[in-house]
Design a protein around this ligand. Sequence first.
Ligand code: FAD
Ligand code: DHB
Length: 389
Amino acid sequence: MKTQVCIIGAGPAGLLLGHMLRAEGIECVVLERQTPDYVLGRIRAGVLEQITVSLMERLGLDQRLKAEGLPHDGFNLADGERLIHIDIAGLTGKHVVVYGQTELTRDLMDAREERGLEVIYEAKDAALFDIESDAPYVTYQKDGAEHRIDARIIVGCDGFHGPSRKAIPNTVGKEFERAYPFGWLGILADVPPCNHELIYANHERGFALASMRSETRSRYYVDVPLIEKIEDWSDDRIWDELAIRLGPDAAAHITRGPSIEKSIAPLRSYVFAPMRHGSLMLCGDSAHIVPPTGAKGLNLAASDVHYAADALIAFFKRNNADAIPAYSDKALARVWKSERFSWSLTKLLHRFPEDGPFERAMQIAELDYIASSKAAQTSIAENYVGLPV
Ligand code: FAD
Ligand code: DHB
């Protein structure tokens, strides 16, 4: 098969980019290793920045997002005793929207046929060839046969473990990494949220987050050492821990219920640069990972797609040969700022094993400073709501 752009991975980055290119009449094919149900079963992000919402708007695929997404004008930090309210709308004039990654992915999946976006699911063993040439190609296995897609550009949207980033020689690419000694244990339950806004808590016993998917579906997290096993965390144990860490006011409003999903996700900061080599571009988690504390991962994938789509449209429709090489620097400038914010919020809100009383006192002092300073709150709010693209 021959196409202009071969996209590897049909998570949010791959599907968003595919739709953006189809909307401009650019030919593309998306390859996905898993089934559609498997992709929809991964419970991940819940908070959308304006850039993500505006891409869905631009595609005209935002009807359900508009109807069912919950606009949030603020969120809270908690220090074990009090809530520190960050008034994002008052401080920045913008808001975020609570809408699950699963729902966004479903909206993009459902529009495939109508928009003529071809996604090949259960495409196994994707491999990239000749990425340094103008005629790269991808091979994959499906239904017992090997297939080949010839393209002008390949875009790797295949997440952290996919083959695209690994196709860039290590003499060209550089990795920047920080692994954290804890993961987030998440629970999803069909119970009303304990608070109308999110609460990110730093308690003596560790981090906790109260989030939601709707008025009737809650998402909560606690941080746990990486050696913890999900089997050792009964629903009751998670609810008990959340009630302690979120503090008495939130605890009084927690409605407990059976988990419909429970998992532990490791935390990592990671950047691969450059995000383009030859005829291969990388978007989303294939090029970078942020710890989830700032709710940035999906939103960064969306801003990469924004820059990548611009570059591909300039290249294919206006013969602008400089657009593709310019992509990496543009995307990375925003990636690094989101990495910084996610890392600093992670440091502020989690207990690290090596931390002693001094580090704890520094966290308390910083939270106290944030509580008393409009400038500090504005800095957090403008990063949380999303820096300009
Ligand atoms: P992915 O979603 O990982 O998609 C990659 C796709 O590529 C997958 O479908 C995969 O199956 C496919 N693939 C992999 N290998 C191959 C292959 N060989 N061939 C073909 N296909 C392949 N982000 C936020 O913005 N806000 C949040 O609130 C937030 N909360 C989070 C909470 C948790 C617990 C976690 C784990 C993440 C959270 N994130 C959040 C991060 C967000 O989920 C990711 O950044 C986002 O999924 C990245 O999208 P992506 O399309 O780049 O990658
Ligand atoms: C959710 C996840 C996050 O990482 C975050 O910062 C806020 C909300 C969520 O899954 O709802």
